[in-house]
Design a protein around this ligand. Structure first.
Ligand SMILES: Cc1cc2nc3c(=O)[nH]c(=O)nc-3n(C[C@H](O)[C@H](O)[C@H](O)COP(=O)(O)OP(=O)(O)OC[C@H]3O[C@@H](n4cnc5c(N)ncnc54)[C@H](O)[C@@H]3O)c2cc1C
Length: 512
């Protein structure tokens, strides 16, 4: 039987982002339908959170009265509240640099702690379960949810969009005042509206190969360190970096580990070959080979032949792509979640403020511009990191641009000064323009040039550095140290007492 219905907002795609957007729209009093091609629980990639992404989720859950989401923002409350919902512990960002046939040494490591203890640590989301949880919460909030929907077309009709689909053999028509596309890169509206795809400047063509495994060994058992690292190196997002590419390793507490390789076309094996291409990559690097010696995939490998993506149009009169549908750069540095959450927060404000006003189209144009600017800034940074993967000292220095911007942004928001960090990577801050340093990094050839760049990056980040980054005495092992933040208080226009109060509120106690 054909079905037709009218809604204020139709959201296509029920990953965590579509479900979260749907819950918020309901809290704003809109009627909402959420349309999903598949069926939960299902595998999804994109698992590692960051301090900023967890803070953004916490802000959204607080502002829009979604208390059931709050425990998901930190490892401790998550374990206490939802012990059966799988996730992994992420205490920081671990980078090991590899050369063929050689084990990494102390100088081949960059460890950046994200939290001082497990209780307030970040997590890796086991997306099959977490996305199911989100969709159930959306239904509890009054969202109409339909799965196994085959979307067919979208058509703008004056001030609304008509969506045509089929479900279980019957046709389905939805008229919505607004459509949000949460279907990921090259997703529904991009295809249905025939939007152009644009290149990401200065970013190499890349591909990826990934799956979930059991039996992945811990690095701290394989190659115990003589010094005590700032956090257990495996309870982290582990990045094994080599010329032209890198491998991620994310451990969940249920015995499963997510791992995959992303690499430029020049540097990669033929990833379409799946398991054999994965094995060929492992065979080049002894430590990684040993880590996966007894690992077994739990599902077939997924090959993403074109990883990066940028849609040429991001919003229209009454529709918008979430940042995760508007573009994607690379899993390096886990930028997908914070970009997506920033986009959800901006669309939520637009719905709240401009729903019935003539300001809606200009507000959407601003949304599209911000989304694009942040995508391009991310691509410029990660593109320069790809270009320096063979030269680890340069790679490590350059990555401090990310860690300085991210920790400054997180602290500014926690201090109630979000205007100091209104854009991702501080990309719209005139004092944090990183393009010249990133371009220079690509040209470094000698040790002297490398040292000069590292010195310049240290000076450049200094006004934003609230995490003790670039201190040569730390030799690229950075703990989460309350003292660094207290010393950096004035950079955020705050005094030490104010920062101390924020730290106490967050459960952050000083490193002994
Ligand atoms: C290899 C890889 C690794 C990544 N790692 C990280 C990471 O560690 N950290 C991080 O922050 N980000 C990461 N990302 C980015 C991250 O995956 C995204 O930011 C995140 O998944 C966005 O969530 P989402 O809900 O918007 O989209 P998705 O999780 O992609 O969900 C999209 C949903 O839409 C549905 N759908 C698709 N097409 C249709 C259609 N036509 N009709 C109806 N439904 C449809 C899908 O079935 C799915 O349920 C990674 C991305 C990749 C590719």
């Amino acid at each position: 039987m054909p079905l037709s219905a009218d809604y204020d907002i139709a959201i296509v795609g029920s990953g965590f982002a579509g479900s979260l957007m749907a819950m918020i729209a309901r809290r704003l009093g809109k009627s909402v339908i959420l349309l999903e091609r598949g069926r939960h629980p299902r595998f999804a990639i994109g698992e590692s959170t960051t301090p900023l992404s967890n803070l953004l989720l916490e802000e959204l859950a607080t502002r829009y009265h979604l208390p059931n989401l709050l425990p998901l923002c930190k490892w401790g409350p998550w374990q206490k509240t939802y012990p059966d919902l799988a996730c992994g512990l992420k205490r920081g960002f671990t980078f090991y640099h590899h050369q063929p046939g050689r084990d990494p040494r102390r100088d081949d490591q960059l460890l950046v702690a994200a939290s001082p203890n497990d209780a307030i640590a970040d997590t890796h989301w086991y997306r099959a379960e977490v996305d199911s949880f989100f969709v159930k919460e959306a239904q509890k909030a009054g969202v109409e949810y339909l799965d196994e929907v085959r979307m067919q077309s979208a058509c703008e009709r004056g001030d609304e969009v008509r969506l045509e689909a089929t479900r279980g053999g019957a046709s389905l028509t939805v008229d919505a005042r607004f459509v949000v596309d949460a279907t990921g890169p090259r997703g529904f509206l991009h295809r249905a509206f025939g939007l152009p795809e644009l290149p990401l400047p200065d970013f190499p063509p890349t591909q990826a190969l990934y799956t979930h495994f059991t039996g992945v060994r811990r690095l701290d058992e394989l190659a115990p360190s003589e010094e005590v690292p700032p956090y257990p190196v495996d309870d982290a997002a582990v990045h094994h970096v080599f010329e032209g590419g890198w491998i991620w390793v994310l451990r969940f507490a249920n015995g499963i580990t997510s791992a995959g390789v992303a690499a430029s076309f020049d540097a990669s094996a033929d990833f379409s070959k799946g398991a054999s291409a994965w094995q060929r990559t492992l065979d080049r690097f002894p430590t990684i080979g040993a880590q996966f010696a007894s690992a077994e995939p739990t599902m077939p490998f997924v090959h993403a032949p074109r990883l990066a993506f940028r849609s040429g149009t991001i919003a229209g009169r009454c529709w918008a792509l979430l940042p995760s549908a508007a573009g994607f750069v690379d899993p390096l540095l886990s930028t997908g979640f914070p970009l997506t959450l920033l986009g959800i927060s901006r669309l939520a404000e637009i719905f709240e403020r401009d729903w019935d006003s003539p300001r809606l189209p200009p507000a959407l144009a601003d949304y599209a511009r911000q989304t694009e600017d942040e995508l391009l800034a991310t691509a410029r940074l990660i593109g320069s990191l790809y270009a320096t993967m063979a030269n680890f000292p340069v790679f490590a220095s350059l990555s401090l641009l990310y860690f300085a911007a991210a920790s400054f942004s997180e602290t500014a928001r926690r201090l109630g000064r979000p205007h100091l960090a209104s854009s991702f990577l501080l990309q719209d801050n005139p004092r944090f323009q990183t393009r010249e340093l990133q371009e220079r990094a690509r040209t470094v050839r000698t040790e002297a040039e490398s040292q000069a760049l590292s010195d310049d990056i240290r000076r450049f980040i200094e006004p934003f550095n609230v995490a003790g980054l670039a201190d040569p005495r730390r030799r690229n092992w950075y703990p989460a140290d309350a003292g660094d933040m207290l010393r950096g208080a004035s950079k955020l226009g705050a005094d030490r007492d104010e920062v101390a109060q924020v730290l106490a509120r967050c459960g952050f106690h000083a490193v002994p």
